[in-house]
Design a protein around this ligand. Sequence first.
Ligand SMILES: O=S(=O)(O)c1ccc(O)c(O)c1
Ligand SMILES: [Ca+2]
Ligand SMILES: [Fe+2]
Length: 340
Amino acid sequence: MPVPVPDVVRAADAELVVTDLRRSRWFWVDVLGFVPIEEDDEVVYLRGYEEFLHHSLVLRQGARAGLRRLAYRVRTPQDVGRAADFFAAEGLPVQEVPAGATRGIGEAVRVEDPLGFPVEFFHAAERGPRLVQRYELRRGAEPSRIDHFNVMTPDVRAAHDFYARLGFSTSETIEDDENLYAAWMFRKPTVHDIAFTGGAGPRLHHIAFFVPESHHILRICDILGSLGEHPHIERGPGRHGVSNAFYLYLRDPDGHRLELYTSDYYTGDPDHETYRWDVHDPRRRDFWGHDVVSSWYREGSTALGLDGRPKPLVHPAASEETVHVGADGLGVVTEAQLRS
Ligand SMILES: O=S(=O)(O)c1ccc(O)c(O)c1
Ligand SMILES: [Ca+2]
Ligand SMILES: [Fe+2]
């Protein structure tokens, strides 16, 4: 008897451990314009202007920066139990989380997925204030909503195959005859809720937030420049090949990477076809052929296990950086160079 698969609606919430909550609040709220819905000395709950639940991002004070959880909303309360059963049947760690353990979130189940990531599934959630048309409040990049997670893992194929079993469809990939270097997978009808970047993992690569228009991305670049905070800009602005989205990558004060992202496309028809990029196509990651800075391939945030301890890293056999990819300008680098 196959174990029922939980009906995942979308990527909905994430929790980052930060080493200086006040400094992080300054970056995410005062500079980027996220809305603080609730906060105390230890934790800040943030969301965008076009979100309706209590929050979509939690910043929690801690001694060491890391990823504490990636959370998906499921369609019904029964799907929380189905998620617990699905992961338990895989022999993976499963924790029941009482309602309110995370402000505004009902009872949930927290698991470690086969890649080693702390992943949570919830249904019940408090609604937050409706801010969609409170234009007088909008600031910074005017973040709309959380859009997707991107995680670093040494075996993209295994990651892809597991999330396909969890009911995710595949919108785009980067591959060659030997390897699947990256994959974008979705439950909501857009390009992705989760994407896999080949590399030493488990590590968080980034959390992405949708912004209304590309000019919001240009404006936050100008704001960061004006503040002399331009070093927070890591990659972009630019146009992605994969997803066709307009993008910008920033690093927060702890180095957590976030993407501001807009104008991807609809994927909601039942026969949506996967679009496959050749790893040698220089337009795959930046449609204008711009280089991808090597920190974007190499750096990520430590994943914390359900016990709160950092997950040990597993290194990949081959990674996109070791394949000659003209756009990245890196040419061929050895694994030894990568690890140096
Ligand atoms: O750089 S890629 O074009 O591969 C890309 C596409 C979509 C994303 O969300 C992303 O982070 C990266
Ligand atoms: Ca638009
Ligand atoms: Fe992304």
